[in-house]
Design a protein around this ligand. Structure first.
Ligand code: ADP
Ligand code: MG
Length: 298
């Protein structure tokens, strides 16, 4: 593409001063940093592209993936609920992606701290997440890795969707088995059709619906504090996902109203074409509850 290349690490270090580690991925480390000129704090994702002898292929792949991530971040720029890429640098050994800093960290950590969220808090968080998804889907992009570790919170607990490392452009159902990512991490947020692609040669591809499934898993997890599909034995967990086998167990769900349960049950639908799309999801009564309650009375 039209990506500029800046070939000296010292340019990054001339402009920014790195600080403590905020997070770590497979081939990246995220650190807090500040811009010397302005004193503004940012988060820098430092991607290692050095590689040993014989790793040329992997390095090329990491670079290609990173360029794709940068391109998609630029396509998705300008939305309040999507992480902003402020600056970037490439050197022979590292790529530096400088992002706006999300001081409150991952939604995952926030959830661990508070255990579960009220329906009201869940509505606020989910609406912001879904507004970001609407923006992304409208641009023909599917995120493919929505989970509470990749949803960050700023000072005011505003949602910032981040980690577009698996994101890709898609015309509906264009993605096939070759596109599928490996099942190395926690598969708890993967849609059944994604698992099917990795299991059967003749499985159909998949599209934006995978993000809607992940939103269903996230919403379930926010409300009760534990994920809908979980089993110590991974094979049983995968089977539960493939069968859409989950329940609103007691006592966690006893005091939660029917409206959010209805929305979750319309997202955790195994057949992708029967799942709510992003527009239908935002139009669900869960998000217009205040209005309908006032109109309809108790
Ligand atoms: P990976 O592709 O390795 O998962 P991520 O982009 O998800 O990389 O970043 C890894 C972790 O670093 C995140 O889960 C989060 O904890 C932290 N992190 C990433 N970006 C930011 C940011 N802008 N502000 C604060 N923390 C961040
Ligand atoms: Mg991540």
């Amino acid at each position: 593409g039209d990506l500029p290349s800046r070939l000296h690490a010292k340019e990054f270090y001339a402009k920014y001063e790195p600080r403590e580690i905020l997070g770590k991925g497979v081939s990246s480390t995220v650190r807090k940093c500040f811009e010397k000129k302005t004193g503004t704090e940012y988060a820098v994702k430092i991607i290692d592209i050095s590689g040993e002898k014989g790793e040329t292929y992997q390095v090329a792949q990491v670079k290609k993936d990173t360029y794709r991530e940068i391109n998609i971040l630029r396509m998705c720029a300008g939305h309040d609920n999507i992480i902003e890429l402020h600056d970037w640098f490439e050197t022979p050994t590292f790529i530096f992606l400088v992002f706006e800093l999300c001081k409150k960290g991952e939604l995952f950590d926030y959830l661990t701290e508070v255990v579960s969220l009220s329906e009201k808090r869940t509505r606020i968080i989910m609406r912001q997440l879904l507004e970001a998804v609407l923006f992304v889907h409208d641009k023909g992009i599917v995120h493919r890795d929505l989970k509470p570790e990749n949803i960050l919170l700023d000072d005011n607990l505003n949602v910032k969707v981040s980690d577009f490392g698996f994101a890709t452009t898609v015309t509906d159902h264009e993605l096939t088995g070759k596109e599928v990512f490996s099942l190395c991490g926690t598969p708890g947020y993967l849609a059944p059709e994604v698992l099917a692609v990795s299991m059967y040669d003749n499985a159909p591809g998949y599209g934006k619906e995978v993000d809607m499934w992940a939103c269903g898993v996230i919403m379930y997890t926010l409300l009760c504090g534990s994920p809908p599909f979980w089993h110590r034995k991974q094979m049983l967990m995968l089977r539960a996902i493939m069968q859409g086998n989950y329940s609103f167990g007691s006592p966690e769900w006893d005091d939660i109203s029917d409206v959010p349960k209805d929305l979750i049950s319309k997202l955790l639908v195994v057949e992708p074409s029967n799942r709510l799309n992003i527009k239908e999801c935002l139009a669900h009564p869960f998000f217009v509850r205040e209005v309908s309650y006032r109109v309809l009375g108790p």
